[in-house]
Structure formats: structure tokens, C-alpha cells
Design a protein around this ligand. Sequence first.
Ligand SMILES: [Zn+2]
Ligand SMILES: [Zn+2]
Length: 422
Amino acid sequence: MPRFQRPTGTLDVLPEEQPYWAHVRAHTVRLAERAGFARIDLPIFESTSLFARGIGTGTDIVEKEMYTFLDKGGNSLTLRPEFTAGVVRAYIENGMRVRPQPVKLYSIGPVFRYERPQAGRYRQHTQFNMEILGDQDPSADLEVMLLISDVYAGLGFKRLSFQLNSTGCPRCRPGYVEVLKAYYQQHVDEVCDDCRRRLKQNPLRVLDCKADQCQPVIAAAPRIGDYLCDECADHFATLREYLDLLQRPYTLNHRLVRGLDYYTKTVFEVWAEGVGAQAAVCGGGRYDGLAEALGGPPTPGVGVAAGLERIILVMKAQGIEVPPLPAPSVYLAHLGPEARRETVRLADALRRAGVGVWLSFGERGLRSQLREAGKRGVHYAVILGEEELSRGVATVRDMEGGEQVEIGLAELVTWLQERTHP
Ligand SMILES: [Zn+2]
Ligand SMILES: [Zn+2]
């Protein structure tokens, strides 16, 4: 038989990892809900055409990274590579436009991209996602930026800052793209093959090329900030004014563009000190054109997505502690068939009383059972033998201090309930 292994780029989240996951999930959900975001759960797969339309053909995600398959009915479906397209699809389909605007939604769950696996980056990874739909006020952009930054700060991340840009709108961006293309035509011999291809398919992406030879060309390239229309320029200026007002550090980065066609105006990344130097931990931006691209009414939107695996990787590397998960506080040890029957009854009574119990299975010596009690991390071990049973008592050992007391079986449930629920 072959030894089965998990697919490349996937992760088994083992029990000992779960306290991190529970803590990060609870923390992100608490901050989102406190700010008025409501949870939405969407299918993990959608029509392939939703992502082709919403993310854009010619992007790496759509061209190279999607898990696409035909179902038995011949429909082309894709495991979601991100949340936004699905959230906007659901907003349109469920008529959320008639609700009070804006509609604030958050999601948490897996997304799938066929990428080269690396530390903290998986082909199935878990995202926390927030969207504000139905408002173009720059304070909506500010809100998602601050919230996600506070998520990281609350988890122990240090030196948080933003990288910020505006990618304009359908009125001003095409003019800029023409200027950018004309500039690149003069430097076409100096740039890499990828950039020559990008110029035809997705020209803005030349700005985030990582090839050494392209860096001087990028540095001297025309900047979109100089080509914004009045509306985009005002929007961007207001957002920066708010960030200045709050003294939140940010860096203008004219190279910051998104591989997603529907992004308009604000685009940002959150930077933080992680494992080593400051680096991007998540990104987001505005997508005022998306709802219309998906056949819905014009609906402005802004959102952000953060990867949970990377958050947890950094928390562990930095030794950030998380609270333990609920666990049994009482171990029930027994010697002899009568005592065993009694502990089965006791376990049931304790559980009904809200006391977490680890009941010893099988028939083993007392020493072996107490060794197990130590390993399970319980506070109390209850020991019941035939002799104790005949006197109607049980021995209770405090596993931390080691002292033992005898408690009458009639009082035992209440006695343990009081001590395990301070
Ligand atoms: Zn514009
Ligand atoms: Zn290049």
C-alpha cells in the first residue's frame, strides 16, 4: 500500500495548534462584530465565470492559480481563490441593496490557490475577510484599514504601518496607462520578458515586477498619483488626512497596484514586524467597479483579507501566548468492577453538572491511571476502590499540590462543581 500524504501546500491543523486558531478566530470575529460587521458564509466553490469576470482574465490568479473542475453535470466550478467576488455575488443575488447601506460583511474560511508553497503560504489557506459595500466615503476605506491593523496589534504584532496608493478609476486610469505604456516603449529593451508581456495584457503590473533589470525603469516611471481625476485625488487626499489626524504611519507607494482588474482608488498593504524585518502581512482596497462587472447595480465597495496561517506562524515564532482550550478538570480512576460501575454513573452526573471529566477506560492498576491523570492535565483525580465504595466515599487528590481528602459520594458532585467553577 502507498503511504498517503496530504497534498502539497496543505496543512493538518493538529490538536496542539488549535488554541492558536481558536484565539485568532475569536479575536478577529470580536473586532469585526464590534464594528458592525455581520458574518456571511458562502459556498467554497462558485461558477468559474464569476472569478474570471470578477478577478479578470489575464491575472495570475485566473490564468495559473485556480482549482477549476467540471462537476458531473458538466458545469465549470472553481474553488474560491478569494472572498470578494463571492461576497459581491451574494450581495447582488440576495438583494442586499434594499437594506440600509452600507452593508458590512465579514467571512472566515478556506481559499484555494495553486501557488508555489512557502512558509506560511499554502494552496489551501484560511482567510479572514471584511467588506464594506454601498458607500464610497474615504472613512470606509479608513475603517477597514484601521480594523485590520488593530487585529494584528491585538495579536501582538509590532511596528504596524501602511503602504498606500490610489489606482484611480475608469475615468483617469486609462490615461495613465497610456502614459505608462508610452514610457515603457522607450525602455522596452531594458525590461524583462514578463514585463513586455504584461504591457500588452495587464500594463499596471509592470510596476510590481521583482526582476533586477526592471527596477531602474520602475523607479523613473510616471506615477499614477500625478494623473488622478479630481474625484480620485480628493478621495485619496481625505484618506491621507484622516491617517495624519490619527498619526497612523503610512508610506505612499506608487508601485502598489493590484492584480485584480476591478480595484479602484485606494489600495493598501499592512506592514508589520514579523519573523525578521518589516514586511507586508495583508492587503486590500477599493473595488467600486466590481458589482457592475458582475451584472449588479453600481455599488462601491472596499475590503481587506488577511491570512491566518501567517498570523499564527508569526505568533509562534515570537512566543506570543494564547489561552488554553476547555479541557477536563477531573479524572475518574477506579479499581474493581463495582467501583467501575460507580465511576460511569459519576462521570455522567458530573458532566450534567457542567464539570469536564476524563473517565479511565478499561481495567488498569491505580499507578497507571494516576500517571494518565497527570498527563491529561486535570486538576483533581477521583479514586474509587471497592473499599471506599463500601464506606460510601471517594478519595480526591489535588494533582497540583498532591494532598488527598475523602469526600462522601453523596456530596462529591457538588464538591467538585464548586471547586472547578470558581
Ligand atoms: Zn479617477
Ligand atoms: Zn520586469
